[in-house]
Write a protein that binds this ligand. Structure first.
Ligand SMILES: [Zn+2]
Ligand SMILES: [Zn+2]
Length: 261
């Protein structure tokens, strides 16, 4: 599997000389497998996705907070009827996924009703997506701890596994189930919006810290950990400083980074 990061910023997109190196687009991760193009979340980074000509394209939404869907109608390729995309989510019933996307991207919130106008946007229940991918890829989901809910995803192709956990507020009583879900994975993508110091007065905001990822991995034993959902105002300088002190297996996500899993 090849992972491409199109959006590593949390909560709000940012554009500033001080955040230029890591990038300012909100959550969007693209995974290319043998037969499929699987995209986790459609934050503002989604506008840079190139639709695959030879693979089926799936968009798996973790939850509906703005920073995870706002890029959807800003990808010019979405307006080409040949580019079919299947949207799904493990969070809720597919009718609710469709209704919510329609509500967010139709008047008065958006100039046009993209769900009604673009017939290349399809919606498929999560179970049906699992079955569709099932011959070569195993796809699983897990509910996370986040206001309004969020979904984690696990992809396994042959012997490679990738876990996407964003957004999530790590709690000790989650350790066992989360570790079972992500045990020994080749790559774990972790919501590390806060530092441990910042987390102290951010309880209930729905995000974890970078230090919690380090601690959690003593249980989960993942081979590589990618920290994402950087706080909107976290500068390149601060992120470089954080990166310096990270254990070897840890990397900070940045827009444009590609990782072979
Ligand atoms: Zn978010
Ligand atoms: Zn969220």
């Amino acid at each position: 599997m090849k992972l491409s990061i199109h959006g590593c910023r949390g909560s709000a997109a940012t554009s500033s000389p001080s955040t230029h190196n890591y990038g300012g687009n909100t959550s969007c991760f693209e995974v290319i497998t043998g037969d499929d193009q699987i995209i986790f979340d459609a934050g503002s980074g989604f506008k840079n996705i190139k639709f695959s000509k030879s693979r089926a394209s799936f968009l798996l939404i973790s939850h509906f907070h703005h920073d995870h869907i706002q890029g959807l109608p800003f990808n010019p390729e979405l307006f080409d009827p040949k580019n079919e995309i299947i949207i799904s989510s493990g969070l809720c019933d597919i009718e609710l996924v469709k209704q919510t996307i329609r509500r967010c991207f139709s008047p008065p919130y958006f100039p046009i009703d993209i769900v009604s106008l673009l017939s290349n946007i399809k919606f498929l229940p999560f179970k049906a997506v699992q079955e569709k991918l099932g011959k070569v890829i195993s796809l699983d989901s897990m509910l996370l701890n986040h206001p309004g809910g969020s979904t984690g995803y696990k992809l396994i192709e042959k012997n490679s596994s990738l876990i996407y956990i964003c957004d999530n507020e790590f709690e000790e009583d989650q350790r066992k189930s989360l570790a079972n879900f992500s045990k020994n994975a080749d790559l774990l993508i972790w919501d590390g919006m806060f530092t441990q110091e910042e987390l102290a007065d951010k309880k209930g905001w729905g995000h974890s810290s970078i230090e919690q990822a380090i601690d959690f991995n003593t249980t989960a034993n993942c081979k590589k950990i990618l920290i994402t959902h950087h706080a909107p105002n976290r500068s390149d300088k601060e992120l470089d400083q954080i990166a310096k002190d990270l254990p070897e297996l840890f990397t900070l996500a940045r827009d444009g980074l590609e990782i072979e899993v």
